[in-house]
Every structure is written in C-alpha cells, then in structure tokens.
Design a protein around this ligand. Structure first.
Ligand SMILES: NC(=O)C1=CN([C@@H]2O[C@H](COP(=O)(O)OP(=O)(O)OC[C@H]3O[C@@H](n4cnc5c(N)ncnc54)[C@H](OP(=O)(O)O)[C@@H]3O)[C@@H](O)[C@H]2O)C=CC1
Ligand SMILES: C=C(O[C@H]1[C@H](O)[C@@H](CO)O[C@H](OP(=O)(O)OP(=O)(O)OC[C@H]2O[C@@H](n3ccc(=O)[nH]c3=O)[C@H](O)[C@@H]2O)[C@@H]1NC(C)=O)C(=O)O
Length: 288
C-alpha cells in the first residue's frame, strides 16, 4: 500500500504559497512504489505530476484531481569517498540542504555555486538547476529513472538530453535516484558557501515566499534586466508582484492568488514583447 493523503493544501507544497486543494497526493517510499504509481498512471490515463520542494511550482486555485506524486519520503542517500573524490547517490527527495551539509563536512568541490538553491535532487535534475555559472549537470554522473511504462532505466550523463534549464525528464520519466561526483578540495568550501549565500541574499528576495526566477533568461540577455527596463520591478497585481530587489522574482506579499499571478505574468510577457520584441519563456511550472 502506497502512502497517500487526501484534501492536501497545495499552497503548503510550493514555496510561493499559492494554490488550491489536491484531492490526493501520493508519497512513495521505494522504487517499487514509483513503478506501481506509473502503472496507475497508465491505467487511469492520468499523467503523473512529480512534486519536489515546489520551489519552481505554482498551482491554480480550487480542487485539483491530478496524480500528484511527492518525493518527500524518498530521502535516502549514501556517500562513497576515495582519496580524491566522493560519489553521492541520493534519492529524488533528498534536499540541497542535506547535500550542502555533506560537501561542507567533507570539504568537497563542485557544488558550492549551487548551494543556496532551495531544491530537491529530483526537481533540480529535471530542470538542470543552475546558479553563479554552474549547473547540476556539471556534477551529475548517472540518473536512475522510470519511464511511462514503468521500466527502470539507468542512464549515464552522456546518454541524457539536457541544456539550459532543460532535460528530457520534462517530457517523460520520474527521477528515482541520482549519482553525483565531487572532488576533494584544498579550498575552504564552508567559507565559499557562506559567501555565496551572502551574495544571494543581497540580490534575491529570500525573505518573502517566492518561486525563484519566473522566466528563463533569453539567449545572451537576462530576463531580470528586461523586466526591470520595461518598468516591472516592484509592479504588483493584488498581493503578487515582481520583487523590488530582483525583477525576475515573483513574490507573494500575503494572500496572493493564482489569478493575480496569471495577470502579472501576462502583463510582463506583453510589455517585454512590445518594448524589446522578445518572447519570454516561463521557467516556473504552472499546474492547472
Ligand atoms: N537557481 C536558483 O536560485 C533556484 C532554482 N530553482 C529551480 O527550481 C527547481 C527546484 O526543485 P524542486 O523545488 O524540488 O522542484 P519542483 O517541485 O518545483 O518541481 C520542478 C520541476 O521538476 C520536475 N520534477 C520534480 N521532481 C521530479 C522527479 N522526481 N522526476 C521527474 N521530474 C521531477 C517537475 O515535474 P515536470 O517536469 O514533470 O513538470 C517540475 O517541472 C530546480 O530545478 C531549480 O532550477 C528554484 C529556486 C531558486
Ligand atoms: C533563481 C534562479 O536562478 C538564478 C540564479 O540564482 C542566479 C545566480 O547566479 O542566476 C540567474 O539569475 P539572473 O540571470 O537574474 O542573475 P542576476 O545576476 O541576478 O542578474 C543578471 C543581470 O540582470 C540584471 N538585473 C537583474 C535584476 C533586476 O531587477 N534588474 C537587472 O537589471 C543584473 O544587473 C545582472 O546584470 C538564475 N536565473 C536564471 C533564469 O537563469 C532560478 O532558476 O530560479
């Protein structure tokens, strides 16, 4: 029997705190549970909506009757250390906070630029999360994932299609487990991480509920710059707005709703289109 909960408040499952109620959310605890859920998906014709920490996700209001599958009970990990390297094998629900504590403890290099991302391993790999010039695929070695027919596949990095904020897993597949490889460092990794977090705090509105970058950066230019120049920095629709600190961060000032968020995004897409002739592409995932 796979764990599940009914009538779940979705605003608690995403960091921007917007959304209605899920009829049911499943919480697999093993790869067998995930395979069973993919079979349920096939039989019912309902697509699985994987849920990580929700730092890139927004839900509509009202009742949502999807096949929601949270990774919050897939939190096992192991670390193998050799003289020069360490390999961490982590289930999809392991948080970046856990990885940060490991890389600090063993002074490992390669993860420091990603350390402030509020993600789960599964969500980060599915989106190829990145920050400060690094991305998770710089350190990914292997992904174990389950396809829509319920088959477990082990793919090495060079067999996976990925790019800027893109991987093949956005089209198909549930990520079960990921192997990442890091180098032992001679630098002071805890200190470097501390500095990164400080910089992030200066640039990004981390004191308010947010879903991080709203739009992907178009080729060669930053979405934050375009939104700022189009006059949208600090612009609000009701309780939802583009942060006064960073124009590409949508924030919830209290009781933000999905309709307000949608209006905000439409306004931004329209204005940036008119001013610059650039079509912004959303980075956040909207679940309707
Ligand atoms: N750089 C930064 O500072 C920040 C980055 N982020 C981004 O947000 C993401 C955060 O991760 P998280 O909050 O856990 O993710 P979410 O719960 O927000 O899910 C994000 C996406 O990942 C997919 N996904 C999640 N888990 C799995 C899984 N096990 N298998 C397959 N697909 C999965 C989802 O499904 P589907 O693709 O099927 O829709 C969804 O599109 C990171 O990738 C990162 O890019 C967020 C905040 C700040
Ligand atoms: C937060 C996310 O990722 C972030 C990641 O944390 C940071 C840290 O390096 O770099 C990216 O932001 P970003 O491109 O906006 O980086 P920043 O350094 O803040 O800004 C880039 C440029 O835009 C300009 N800018 C930014 C914000 C603003 O209001 N106005 C403005 O003009 C800045 O001056 C800078 O020249 C990622 N975003 C994307 C879409 O690639 C996320 O994916 O959710």
């Amino acid at each position: 029997m796979i764990d599940y909960e009914e009538n779940v408040d979705l605003s608690k499952l995403c960091t921007i705190r917007i959304g209605g109620t899920a009829k049911r959310v499943y919480f697999p605890k093993s790869v067998e549970d995930i395979i069973q859920l993919l079979k349920i998906s096939q039989d019912s014709g309902k697509k699985i909506i994987p849920l990580g920490v929700g730092s890139n996700t927004v839900f509509r209001d009202g009742i949502l009757d999807h096949l929601f599958v949270s990774t919050s009970k897939l939190k096992r990990y192991e670390i193998e250390r050799s003289e020069d390297h360490a390999v961490i094998t982590a289930e999809a629900g392991v948080s970046f906070k856990t990885l940060v504590s490991l890389v600090k403890r063993y002074n490992l290099e390669g993860f420091e630029n990603l350390s402030g991302i509020p993600a789960s391993v599964g969500g980060a790999v599915a989106m190829n999360a990145g920050a400060f010039g690094s991305e998770i695929f710089d350190i990914v070695e292997q992904v174990e994932w389950i396809d829509s027919e319920g088959k477990l596949t082990v793919s090495s990095k060079d067999e996976i299609d990925y790019g800027y904020r893109y991987t093949q897993f956005q089209k198909e597949g549930f990520i079960y487990r990921v192997k990442i490889k890091l180098r032992k460092s001679k630098r002071n990794i805890p200190q470097i991480i501390k500095e990164h977090l400080k910089e992030r705090n200066i640039k990004q509105p981390l004191d308010l509920p947010t879903s991080g970058s709203t739009f992907k950066n178009p080729d060669g230019i930053s979405a934050g710059y375009l939104l700022d120049k189009a006059g949208l920095k600090g612009f609000r629709v009701g309780d939802v707005g583009f942060s006064e600190k960073h124009a590409n961060f949508t924030v919830n000032y209290g009781h933000g709703s999905y309709d307000q968020l949608k209006k905000l995004l439409e306004t931004a897409e329209k204005l940036v289109g008119e001013y610059f002739g650039i079509k912004l592409e959303k980075e956040i995932r909207i679940v309707e």
